[in-house]
Design a protein around this ligand. Structure first.
Ligand code: HEM
Ligand code: HEM
Ligand code: SF4
Ligand code: SF4
Length: 472
């Protein structure tokens, strides 16, 4: 099915939206940049202009110089915002500690999140960053852009913000880095009215979902990650913009078990593409790999001489379930033993492909260490079809939310809730049957809870009956 936006989307034309002229955007020369000294001494940071990697210090200096030369009425926040940021950062390098005040609660009307407020703890020394709020902007699925959109957003941000960004935040958002409280509503107005663009999430809510590149550019995608990411983002806008949860909650969508957005580690629910029929084998291409006509791993290991490709050593012997073998020059796979680890497909992409009966595995509970220790998500649905409008998947999500929103303690991630009540109780609450695929091994301790109705005679006993048979 072709991707369809939920409603007609505005075709942005930078020429109609631009704020700055070409001259304003290229208002300094290489010579001027070389001579340029920012208003603070930053010797430690300047060390970071050396070396081959793109230097954030050098980039920030360019932005500082451009802002020096823009007219007063062409920038809405402090001209020296970038220079003061570098100044404070230099001080933090020296002191070995941060100079941002604790917390900060700012935002836009109608929403309970999306902006991370921040204030310098040295506002007299660095007035340009007395306010330095971050705006999270919901990125398009897989981060495909047209320059018209990016240039329009850049002009807006140059005008009303610091001109500094993070492309992208770890959750996925476009991060607009540094503006004042007064500018938040105007930025939000311009983004929604001119750029057809909403904020991302922050706080105890659904955060901005993100996905791997999926069917757009990858032969292994077992479902349309972008479509599903977009659909879920639109469907749960309310949960994203207005915090209603015990704590934060993240969705991530990976097209296959290679997990290119690391959904299994960084989302409360991970949707990981998989298949349940057979791996498709092109035996001619297998011969091509064996003969050395096709480079293994798409050439990923070409930087070093690893010798001639050896299918036995590099594929068959490395299959974790040992379910592959060669027979009469043909590669055979016992698919019922295959755990869909992707290894053989990754090594021989031209010969092997995922099956065609595809869907997702749903895994729940990943989180960082605080409070009860880091968790990787665990399987709660081994396989489910993933096709628009995804009603089956929405039902799983909503059952989890219903339970967690009632039972979750304040600031308890869903992974910690499962730890606290136990997987059996969690599964029962969300109405899913337990399955062997959900565990790596059965429990080793004998501390097993039984339900009263499952025990003959129940739990109410009379000690006198017992004493009649057993003397004290
Ligand atoms: C043949 C001797 C014993 C057997 C077979 C035995 C068995 C067990 C079992 C199966 C449990 C787990 C109960 C549950 O899951 O709730 C347990 C817990 C326990 N046992 Fe024993 N036990 C024995 C002797 C003892 C003795 C001699 C003591 C103390 C002096 C003791 C103290 C405890 C304690 C404190 C617990 C923990 C209860 C809890 O975690 O709530 N046990 N025992
Ligand atoms: C000052 C003395 C003691 C303190 C402070 C203490 C404390 C604790 C604590 C906090 C737990 C819970 C651990 C958990 O949740 O994982 C525990 C469990 C237990 N304690 Fe003690 N304990 C003491 C003395 C004893 C003695 C003398 C015995 C046996 C003779 C004993 C037997 C046990 C048993 C069997 C368990 C259960 C372990 C389990 O459930 O896996 N304790 N104790
Ligand atoms: S997770 Fe799988 S489908 Fe998605 S981009 Fe990576 S390899 Fe391709
Ligand atoms: S996908 Fe993994 S488990 Fe399955 S046959 Fe290939 S290497 Fe073996």
């Amino acid at each position: 099915m072709m991707f369809e936006p939920k409603r007609p989307q505005k075709e942005l034309k930078y020429e109609e939206l631009r704020i700055y002229t070409d001259e304003e955007l290229k208002n300094f020369t290489e010579e001027e940049l070389k001579e340029f000294k920012i208003k603070h001494e930053i010797p430690a940071l300047e060390e970071l202009e050396k070396g081959p990697w793109p230097s954030f210090v050098a980039d920030a200096k360019q932005e500082a110089l451009r802002r020096r030369k823009l007219a007063d009425d062409r920038i809405m926040i402090d001209r020296y915002v970038v220079e003061d940021l570098l100044g404070q950062l230099e001080l933090s390098f020296k002191d070995g500690e941060t100079h941002w005040k604790h917390g900060g609660i700012v935002g836009v009307f109608g929403y309970g999140g999306g902006v991370i407020g921040r204030y310098s703890d040295l506002p007299e020394k660095f007035p340009g960053i007395a306010h330095f709020h971050t705006i999270r902007v919901n990125q398009p699925a897989s981060k495909f852009y047209k320059t018209d959109f990016l240039r329009s957003l850049c002009d807006l941000w140059e005008y009303r913000g610091s001109g500094l960004v993070n492309m992208h935040g770890s959750t996925g958002d476009i991060i607009l880095l540094g503006t004042t409280t007064e500018q938040l509503e105007p930025i939000f107005y311009d983004m929604t009215h001119e750029l057809d663009q909403d904020l991302g999430g922050s706080g105890s809510n659904l955060r901005t979902p993100s996905c791997c590149i999926g069917k757009a550019r990858c032969e292994w995608a077992c479902y349309d990650t972008q479509e599903m990411c977009y659909e879920m983002t639109m469907h749960y806008q309310d949960e994203l913009h207005r915090p209603a949860f015990p704590y934060k909650f993240k969705f991530k969508f990976d097209g296959c078990p290679n997990c290119c957005v690391a959904s299994i580690a960084r989302a409360d629910i991970a949707f990981i593409g998989t298949w349940r029929d057979d791996i498709r084998i092109d035996q001619e291409a297998v011969k091509g790999y064996i003969a050395g006509d096709i480079v293994p791993r798409g050439g990923a290991n070409k930087g070093r001489d690893w010798g001639k490709f050896d299918i036995q050593k590099e594929v068959i012997d490395l299959c974790p379930s040992q379910c592959m073998w060669m027979e009469d020059g043909k590669l055979m796979i016992d698919n019922k033993e295959c755990v869909r680890c992707m290894h053989c497909i990754n090594v021989m992409p031209q010969a092997l492909r995922p099956g065609q009966d595809t869907g997702v595995s749903i895994l729940v509970g990943a989180k960082a260490p605080i409070l009860e220790g880091a968790q990787i998500s665990q399987v709660i649905v081994p396989f489910m079809k993933a096709e628009p409008p995804y009603d089956n998947i929405k039902e799983v999500i909503e059952r989890i939310w219903d339970y967690w929103m009632e039972e979750g303690k304040n600031r308890e991630r869903v992974g910690e809730l499962i730890q606290r009540v136990g997987l059996p109780k969690f599964l029962e609450a969300i109405g899913l049957p337990p399955a062997p695929q959900m565990i790596k091994a059965p429990r080793a301790n004998p501390y097993i809870f039984w339900k009263e109705e499952d025990v003959p005679g129940g739990f109410t006993r009379d000690i006198k009956d017992y004493r009649a048979r057993h003397k004290r």
